[in-house]
Every structure is written in C-alpha cells, then in structure tokens.
Design a protein around this ligand. Structure first.
Ligand SMILES: [Fe+2]
Length: 522
C-alpha cells in the first residue's frame, strides 16, 4: 500500500445521510424563528417584530440575547455569535449554519465533520522486540484510531506501510520482512492522518544477522525510575557521551518507575524521560520489585506487562520462553538472557531456570550477557548475604550461566555501582570467596593490568555489575570482596561490543568515566 495515497486528501466531510439530517434541522430552526417572531419580547417595547434581527436588537436595546440561551438557533444567528453566546459548534457540519441540536460532539459522531482534528500522540513512539527482520512500534494516542506505520529508507519517501485495523489508543504495529542491519525511517498515525515522524528524528535499525560481528553500543540503566533531576543528569551525560554514535539497544534493569510501577509513573519516569532513545533504539527491560508492586508475572498483567512487548516465542532469537517475564534475544554476536528475579520461581528445576538452561545450550553466540534486578553480589543498599531473592539468583542462576560461559551479568536494586573482578563459581556468602574463584584480580583495563581474557567459549570467568544508580544513590558499606570497585555515584553503564572485544564503561552523571574494563576473546 502506498503511503501517500493512504494519507492523501482528507475524506469527504459530509455523507449523504448526514446532509439530509442537516437540511431537516435547518428547516426546523427557520420555522421556529418565524413562529415566535411576534411573540418575543425584544427591544423593550414588549413586542418582538419579525424584522428585528439579533444583531440590530442587541445593538439597539440588548434584548435579543436570549436567542442563544433558548437552545434554538434562529436563522439570523450567525455561527460566530451562536458559538460565542451559547457554545454551539460553529460551522457545524460544513454548512455555515448553526443548529441548536448540533454540538461539537454530535457533529463529530453524526456527520463526521470534525474528524480531521487529528488524534494526539501522548506516549512514544517506542520500539520493542526488534529482530533481524522485524520491529514492533508502539505509541499511545488521546483518541481511538486505527494504527498505521509508514516506513522506508528515506524520511521523505516512506513507501511501505504496516497497519493494524483495530480502533485503539494503545497502538502496536509489527513490521515484518525487513532487511537485517538496516536503518528505516518511519512515521506513525492513522488511516486518516499522519501524526508524527517522516523526519530525521524517527528511525529504527534492525539487528545484524545473528552471529555477525558488528560494533554495538548498549546503554544500561538500573533503578532509573525516579523521574527527577538525578535521572535527567544521568540521561544527559550519556546523550553527550554517545553523541552522533547513537544507541543500538538499551536495557533497564528494573525499578524503572517508582514507587509502584504504575502507568502514570511509567509515563513520567520512562516515556517523558527518554523520548529520544525510545523512538530510535529497542528497549529491553526486566522487572524490578517496584515494578512488581503493580504487576504479576504469573498472569503477565499490570502496567509493566501492558507497556512492554517482549518476546515469548523467540521472536528475536534464543529459545522460546512462553512468557514475557523472562526471555532471550540475539543482537549481532551477543546473546542476551533476561530473568525475572522478583516474581517468577527461581527454583533450579522450575520453569525459568529450565528454560534458561535450554536456551544457553542452544546458543552458539560468542558473547553471553545476562540481566535481572536482584544482584548476586552486593554490599550496597541491599546485602546479598542475607536477602532471599539475591541469594536465590546467586545459588540457582549463576551455576547454570557459568556452565555455559556467561561473560557479563548486570543487575540493579542496590543504588550503587559495584563491579566485580573476573569471577567463577562463587555461590556462597561474601566470606566464602576464595582465591581460586578469582580468575583475574586486576583492573581489566588494557592500559592497566590488562584486559580480562576468555580466549574461547568454554573459558571460565564472568564480570558482575550492580548498576542501580541511574536514578538515586544510597550510602552503604560497599565492601563486597568480589568487587574490584564500588561507588555510591549516579551513573549508567555503556557496553561496546566489537568482535572479540567487549568494553564496559561506567559514566557518572557529569559525564566522567569512573570505571572501565575490557573482556577479550582473542
Ligand atoms: Fe529494587
């Protein structure tokens, strides 16, 4: 379907049935005017003469003003005066006459004269579940319409269209048949009106072919949902850092909208906070405990599950999970695994861990990055020695992940940045850490002690990052012995994967790099 024809000239304003209705109403108005002419008190003389118009009467003696207060429009009342005096809809159905029974709402419903007032986008657009060949584009509008996305290689020539016919205010359009590793420009709207896009600011890119080594930038936010100046400063620091390089994909590590993950809180903490990144890069979230206050993983209900469209059937790679609560996807040569550490069963023989093991066994990707909310190692505002969910993830998830060569684990929950050394097989409390569990105790920096080395997919060792300070910091001991560095500083993490090299950077809220390390597989 061609976009220009889809969004060509507006449709005819008045249909036949409505025109007939209008004629009848006009005849009714004029009849009323004639019949009441001699009975109306108009100019203070006790007699309303038929030749006394509203205009002359109002200017002469001001007695005709009830003409707009009686619910009936007379023939000599203009649209302008009628609208101003009694709030009737001016130029109602395109016939230049006012009618008492025609109000804006009925006009729109009855004769379709107002639909060229476009709906307004109140959320998004935002990108979800992108793959090598597909993209989901979502947005919210203030009025229900059908959904149309026009897209193409050039913002001035969006020659392809994807649609959803259902009338909705929550719009979701899935585009299939896209080329891998390709930028597309887009616009969103309805079959009657484009709303936003068709410019340089609205684009998305499909994922590279699975396994392809393509420089990839990933932005990682944890506990970012404060909707305040802290979150804004972290955002602005990253925007300045990445500049025209842009973002290929981004992760939210949970507690994305405080305090309860409600729709209104998501509006402020996510959609009004990150509009630029939302429309250009696919967001992959995980459920935090605060998001979980208003959501339920078993039924996949609540704002978190309503807002996000996440892969349940391996739409973006990996093995089918059957739920949005935990899922996997591929981007280039990286395999991502998202777990639900708050509201799904963490038992090693339960559905989530069983699925994860099957998924990890099936991937041939050189890089494996896992993320969830509750950190396996932290001495920040939470203590992984003594909090159940944290202990569960350490004891149940880590052995599986490490058996399949996980390289990096990202979590939040503690409002700090805590980054481990290269570790292996540390599944107990912090006082059980031994030297044999530390594969490399250096800083991991190529200009320092040297990058962490994992020369093949079976090599042991992973780095664990707590990145829960994208919206707030909390004072704490910050002395977990597995950590190379622990900071109570606002910031976010930037991951750059390029072939056999992964670099992680902790960027604070003023744009300073407070930590970085590299893992190499060559
Ligand atoms: Fe949390």
């Amino acid at each position: 379907m061609n976009a220009s024809s889809k969004w060509g000239p507006a449709r005819p304003m008045v249909v036949m049935g409505a025109a007939a209705m209008i004629s009848l109403l006009l005849a009714s108005c004029q009849g009323d005017d004639a019949s009441i002419g001699s009975a109306r008190i108009s100019c203070g003389d006790g007699v309303c003469n038929v030749d006394e118009t509203c205009a002359s009467c109002a200017s002469d003696c001001g007695a005709c003003l009830d003409s707009c207060g009686d619910g009936v429009c007379t023939a000599d009342e203009t649209c302008t005066s009628c609208s101003a005096d009694c709030g009737l809809c001016p130029d109602l159905c395109g016939d230049d006459s006012c009618d008492a029974s025609e109000h804006c709402s009925t006009c729109e419903a009855d004769c379709g004269a107002c639909p060229d007032t476009p709906a307004t986008v109140t959320r998004g657009p935002y990108l979800q579940s992108g793959s090598t060949s597909s993209m989901v584009i979502r947005w919210r509008s203030d009025e229900g319409t059908d959904s149309v996305v026009a897209y193409g290689a050039d913002p001035t020539s969006l020659t392809n269209v994807a649609t959803s016919a259902a009338t909705a205010t929550e719009h979701q359009v899935r585009i299939d048949g896209l080329a891998a590793d390709t930028r597309y420009y887009y616009a969103i709207g309805s079959s009657t009106s484009p709303l936003v896009g068709a410019d340089d600011d609205h684009f998305f890119a499909t994922a590279p072919q699975t396994g392809a080594a393509r420089p990839t930038r990933i932005w990682v936010l944890g506990d970012s949902g404060t909707a305040n100046d802290n979150a804004r400063s972290v955002r602005d620091a990253y925007d300045s850092f990445t500049g025209s390089r842009g973002t290929d994909l981004w992760l939210m590590l949970g507690d994305n909208a405080y305090p309860d993950g409600t729709d209104d809180e998501y509006q402020e903490a996510v959609f009004e906070m990150y509009p630029d990144t939302l429309r250009n890069a696919v967001l992959w979230p995980t459920l935090g405990n605060h998001d979980g206050h208003s959501a339920e993983s078993a039924s996949q209900t609540g704002p978190y599950y309503d807002i996000f469209t996440l892969p349940t059937a391996a739409e973006a790679g990996g093995v089918r999970s059957g739920t949005e609560a935990y899922y996997a996807f591929d981007y280039g040569n990286v395999h991502f695994v998202c777990l639900d550490s708050y509201d799904s069963d963490p038992d090693p023989s339960g559905p989530m861990m069983t699925w994860m093991e099957n998924d990890l066994a099936a991937t041939a990707q050189p890089w494996i990055v896992a993320f969830w909310h509750h950190p396996p190692y932290t001495k920040g505002s939470h203590d992984s020695n003594s909090e159940g969910r944290l202990e569960d993830m350490r004891e149940f998830a880590l052995p599986i992940l490490e058996a399949y060569g996980v390289d990096l684990v990202l979590s939040g929950h503690s409002h700090s940045y805590e980054r481990s050394m290269l570790l292996n097989a540390h599944y107990g409390a912090s006082n059980t850490l031994t030297g044999s569990m530390i594969m490399d105790s250096g800083d991991g920096q190529e200009g320092g002690d040297g990058a962490y080395s994992k020369p093949d997919s079976t090599a042991e060792g992973a780095v664990y990052i707590v990145a829960g300070s994208s919206g707030k910091t909390s004072s704490a001991d910050l002395d977990h012995p597995a950590m190379y560095i622990s900071l109570a500083e606002l910031g976010s993490v930037v991951l750059d994967v390029d072939g056999a090299r992964l670099e992680a950077t902790f960027l604070d809220d003023s744009g300073s790099v407070l930590d970085s390390f590299t893992i190499r597989k060559d």
